[in-house]
Design a protein around this ligand. Structure first.
Ligand SMILES: Nc1nc2c(ncn2[C@@H]2O[C@H](COP(=O)(O)OP(=O)(O)OP(=O)(O)O)[C@@H](O)[C@H]2O)c(=O)[nH]1
Ligand SMILES: [Mg+2]
Length: 289
């Protein structure tokens, strides 16, 4: 019998709160750890839940689940989940390790912004692979937005500079900047990101700026290590959590919210253009519990 079946049976047998023993809470802690919430944080959340359950004398399945949802959602409320796009142009830089879904997320977000009537420009800052700019261009066409690109091997800073000049000249609302995937422990590649940040600051000093770390939800606790490094190098204003369609995990966002204070802003749920949602902490914890 699975954990939640067991839980259900316990409640169905109408066993009252007094009998919710340590084993019950240990099972719950284990279930959270399995979902990648992290050991320390899982214990902390369950301790909080135990206190709430005791003080409020919670007895039913619904009550306890509700309290758990609330305890989890609280941990995610560390900052604004909407993008700050208050200036023209606004600039959003997408960073992360290889293959997490940066380019795909840019395509999806470009589509959403375009639908909202915004003028969007994509910047092909991944000049590392020959196909990278082509891939971004396919997304630009799908979303019906413009792109600035250069040849393979070009300096990403130069492409970025071009895109920002073009954005200013053409009254673009939002520039979405793609970057090459890189390992968080490759210092020279990380420095390149810091340089890109500086170019944005220099060329658009008054612009609303976001730096979004794209994280694959299936990565597990390694995501926290990545987030720490990227935050240190480039600063982070938010997380795009991708591939949630392929996993029951994603608990890593709690650790990131707690330790780094960075909110999740978008959730990727598939490979299609419509498979992206603004992150909703309530819905996320509801799905989890
Ligand atoms: N199932 C699923 N697949 C996704 C999602 N987001 C991206 N992908 C897939 O993940 C793969 C990598 O996506 P990319 O957007 O190319 O990732 P990237 O971070 O730009 O990769 P690099 O530029 O090589 O570092 C592609 O096959 C995407 O279709 C998602 O939310 N769900
Ligand atoms: Mg890419």
């Amino acid at each position: 019998m699975g954990f939640f079946d067991k839980l259900k049976k316990t409640w169905q047998d109408n066993i009252l709160w007094e009998k919710m023993d340590d084993a019950f809470y240990e099972d719950l802690t284990d279930a959270l750890i399995m979902a990648d919430v992290g050991a320390e944080l899982s214990e902390d959340v369950v301790r909080q839940l135990q206190n709430v359950a005791y003080v409020k004398r919670l007895r039913t399945e619904e009550d306890i689940k509700g309290a758990l949802r609330q305890a989890l959602a609280q941990r995610l409320a560390v900052g604004p989940t909407a993008l700050n796009l208050s200036t023209q142009p606004s600039v959003v830089l997408f960073i992360g390790v290889n293959g997490v879904g940066k380019t795909t997320s840019i395509g999806k977000i470009a589509h959403v912004l375009k639908e909202q009537g915004k003028k969007v420009l994509l910047c092909a800052g991944d000049t590392f692979r020959a196909a990278a700019a082509d891939q971004l261009e396919i997304w630009a066409n799908r979303a019906g937005v413009d792109i600035v690109r250069q040849h393979e091997g070009a300096d990403p800073g130069a492409v970025l500079f071009d895109a920002l000049q073009s954005a200013k000249a053409k009254n673009v609302d939002v520039v979405l900047v793609d970057t090459a995937g890189r390992l968080h422990n490759k210092q020279n590649l990380m420095n390149e990101l810091a340089k890109m940040r500086k170019i944005i600051d220099r060329e658009c000093p008054d612009a609303a700026k976001e730096t979004l770390l794209v994280l694959d939800a299936t990565t597990g606790q390694n995501g926290l290590i990545q987030a720490r490094q990227f935050k240190e190098t480039a600063g982070l204003t938010g997380i795009v959590l991708t591939k949630l369609d392929g996993t029951a995990k994603g608990g890593i966002v709690f650790a990131i919210a707690q330790e780094l204070g960075v909110p999740v802003k978008f959730a990727g749920m598939g490979e299609g253009i419509d498979d992206l949602q603004p992150f909703d902490a309530k819905a996320f914890t509801e799905a989890m519990v």
